[in-house]
Design a protein around this ligand. Structure first.
Ligand SMILES: Cc1cc2nc3c(=O)[nH]c(=O)nc-3n(C[C@H](O)[C@H](O)[C@H](O)COP(=O)(O)OP(=O)(O)OC[C@H]3O[C@@H](n4cnc5c(N)ncnc54)[C@H](O)[C@@H]3O)c2cc1C
Length: 698
């Protein structure tokens, strides 16, 4: 009999953002001004646990919902009780507030331990189920970190469970396709990526939910080792509004006008690159290499930079060239003319900061390579490009860690892409990606060499592996970064640190994050944002073989089936026409995508290829090899036409480098309309034949 501990979280409702939810001064979203709801994927996780209980015909299995949050998070527990939970636990304490993912996963894992001991009477037959990520944090790091703390297998990005031969088989999303796996042992952590069969509250259940007592625990009740701000391994140093989309987002009323815009933009090639990391204007130089001792133009925040510039100007006016010339009288003079720029303590800290030249971290800059069947994932080359830039600033080397079996031939491509040292961890047990075995291999290499920075690709694999590895080696981790830069925070005594910038709250704000209390700074980087370097055949590198002791026990999952895209597709074509779930059927996809491809090919006289969203592939409209996106192929054509595609982030990541994006969708509020250049609101059945006709005459 299996029991289920379902993690639920109360989150701000980012789908209903009103204007007054923004701070007028900073333009950032104020979380407290948004309504609170259950994280949608956690509500799907509840339904998923209920389904697991149903298909295993195990009526006695308990569903226990667990949340950590302020007292009002009780609402999501009542929600859970009114759907399917039998018991609920609220972990609430001021000391738990302000936590990053480590300081969230850690107390949750300790709470799971207590639930198992006291409620499940020490049973080992249970699953921890949660949504793959929450909309506010968007990190997907907490469940794998809970698995790491509890020493359990983690099965992430699950979309389906079946009960066969007395065990569960899970279908999960992987790069390039999907996979069916079973945990080799119980208990296990499962994260749900999609489960579209919601549970509803009956009147009786809703009434019952208000009568069941909530179990409340504070931090003393669970004795976690990392809690709140002090237990966190990252800290947010600034929050700012996202830059305006460089896409035109122009609504077009008729097919004729759209045809003209398509032809014009294709011919002139004047589209925009929408995506883009937040770039700094000048490349970082270590303080010891700067021409002037008081040059501090590389501080973490704009305000810190301004203060240093102001101070450097004043010191120059006073003809001071060394910090030991700055006596009390001089400090008072500066404070007097500072016009409130800073106070005495800040001045003292800045002067101390001038003495610092040694970087806070030492070691190489690493990327962790992802590969499948001997082919390196394109995102790995992007990591190397970024790692090269960071390492050059820090005057160190680029290392790449590769785990697998028979992987040495890949080293050459990694070196010509910009790496210096390739750390090969080879073992037959690493033939296929297993999160537990891979995390042991990579963590062991990190523990041996201690690079100062470790980057993973923010692919499903990287976003599962990185949290387990970083937790295991005791380091902070920032998810899905779109900007990575080296800067100082001299006043805090930090030189040459990695600033990690990422979207948060569903892309409504940007946050810059720093690592703390860690020997290495770790981040996952969004694919398609960092740039790969041109191949340099003349580059030389070193192969370093790193041996890690692995046994069968280190492999946590049995891989039962892997489905990957096969066949040929030419995504180098200038134009890609993609169909989504909105195409409704395979026939419609064939007919309408085919019709538009023919029309465009005649009019533009160029190669056209067919693409698809993951949902369209899963519906069987077209073969997997045509899938575009995070787990499909990332493309960068001159023209991308999205037909009946909603614009989910995992899809749009894959088309970020496109010149012009055109969308046709029947929903006037389709998210893709905020991420494209031209769009028509209308059904594909009506719009496509009209567009094809217009292309003939325009
Ligand atoms: C880890 C992970 C990785 C993923 N990787 C990818 C990936 O690589 N690529 C990818 O695409 N997705 C990926 N996804 C899935 C992604 O989150 C979305 O679920 C998917 O992109 C949705 O596809 P869609 O837009 O076709 O379907 P939906 O979101 O269902 O949208 C269908 C759209 O069609 C419109 N529509 C319906 N009928 C019509 C009509 N008659 N005419 C015009 N419009 C119509 C609707 O208004 C709607 O906007 C991933 C998800 C996860 C969790």
């Amino acid at each position: 009999m299996s029991d289920y501990i379902v993690l639920v979280k109360q989150v701000p409702d980012v789908t209903q953002i009103t204007d007054n939810a923004f701070d007028v001064e900073t333009g950032t979203l104020v979380r407290s001004r948004l309504a609170s709801v259950i994280n949608e994927l956690d509500s799907q996780a509840l339904a998923f646990a209920n389904e697991m209980r149903r298909i295993s015909s195990d009526k006695a299995g308990k569903i226990i919902a667990l949340t950590m949050g302020p007292p009002m998070a009780e609402e999501v527990l009542r929600y859970s009780l009114s759907r399917c939970a039998d018991m609920v636990v609220l972990l609430t304490d001021r000391n738990l507030a302000g936590a990053d993912t480590v300081a969230t996963a850690n107390p949750l894992a300790f709470a799971v331990r207590r639930i198992v001991k006291e409620i499940l009477k020490g049973s080992k037959d249970y699953y921890v189920i949660s949504g793959m990520q929450s909309v506010d944090g968007d990190t997907a790091q907490v469940p794998p970190q809970i698995a790491e703390e509890l020493g359990l297998p983690c099965i992430a990005y699950v979309t389906k469970a079946e009960f066969k031969d007395k065990r569960f088989e899970f279908t999960r999303i992987i790069s390039g396709g999907s996979q069916v796996v079973a945990a080799k042992k119980k208990p296990a952590v499962v994260t749900v990526a999609k489960y579209e069969f919601p549970l509803f509250a009956t009147f009786a259940k809703a009434r019952q939910a208000n009568q069941i007592q909530i179990i409340r625990w504070g931090s003393d009740d669970i004795k976690a080792s990392h809690i709140g701000v002090t237990g966190s391994k990252t800290s947010v140093i600034r929050v700012f509004p996202p830059g305006k989309s460089t896409r035109k987002c122009e609504k077009v009323d008729d097919a004729k006008s759209l045809a003209r815009l398509i032809v014009d933009s294709f011919k002139s090639g004047n589209g925009e690159d929408a995506q883009g990391e937040e770039t700094w204007t000048s490349r970082y130089v270590l303080p010891g290499k700067r021409t002037a001792k008081f040059e501090r133009g590389f501080e973490g925040t704009k305000k810190e930079n301004e203060n240093y510039t102001f101070l450097a100007d004043k010191l120059s006016e006073l003809r001071i060239t060394d910090t030991n010339q700055i006596d009390e009288a001089c400090r008072e003079k500066i404070i007097a003319v500072s016009e409130g720029h800073f106070r005495k303590k800040a001045l003292d800290d800045m002067i101390k900061g001038f003495e610092l030249t040694k970087p806070s971290y030492t070691g190489e800059v690493w990327g962790v390579a992802e590969h499948n069947e001997g082919r390196i994932h394109p995102a790995t080359f992007e990591l190397i490009g970024k790692a090269r830039e960071l390492a050059d600033s820090l005057e160190t080397k680029v290392g790449v860690a590769v785990a697998g079996y028979e992987i040495e031939p890949m080293a050459k491509d990694l070196i010509t892409a910009g790496a210096d040292n390739i750390y090969i961890i080879e073992d037959k047990l690493l033939s296929e990606f297993d999160p537990t075995a891979y995390r042991k291999a990579i963590a062991d290499a990190i523990n041996s060499y201690w690079p100062q920075i470790v980057l993973f690709a923010a692919t499903p694999q990287g976003r599962m592996l990185a949290p387990m590895v970083s937790y295991r080696v005791g380091c902070g981790l920032t998810a899905d970064c779109t900007g990575l830069d080296i800067r100082d925070s001299s006043r805090k005594g930090q030189i040459g640190i990695l600033l990690q910038t990422r979207p948060a709250l569903g892309g409504n704000v940007m946050a810059t994050i720093c690592t703390k209390n860690s020997k290495s700074q770790m981040a996952t980087a969004r694919p398609g944002v960092m740039k790969r370097l041109p191949v340099d055949e003349s580059r030389k590198g070193k192969i370093i073989k790193h041996k890690v002791e692995l046994t069968e026990d280190d492999v946590s999952l049995e891989i039962l089936k892997t489905e990957l895209g096969t066949g040929e597709v030419n995504f180098e074509a200038d134009v890609i026409v993609s169909g989504g779930k909105g195409m409704q059927s395979r026939d419609n996809y064939e007919r309408l995508v085919g019709l538009l491809c023919d029309g465009l090919s005649k009019r533009l006289d160029t190669q056209i290829e067919r693409g698809a969203s993951r949902a369209a592939v899963e519906q069987g409209f077209v073969e997997r090899v045509h899938q575009v996106g995070q787990t499909g192929t990332s493309i960068g054509p001159k023209l991308y036409i999205a037909l009946g595609i909603s614009g989910a982030i995992q899809h749009m990541i894959g088309v970020a480098n496109t010149d012009t994006i055109v969308a046709i969708n029947s929903d006037p509020n389709a998210p893709i309309f905020k991420q494209c250049d031209y769009y028509i609101v209308g059904s594909v059945e009506d719009a496509i034949p009209q567009l094809v006709q217009a292309l003939e005459v325009e």
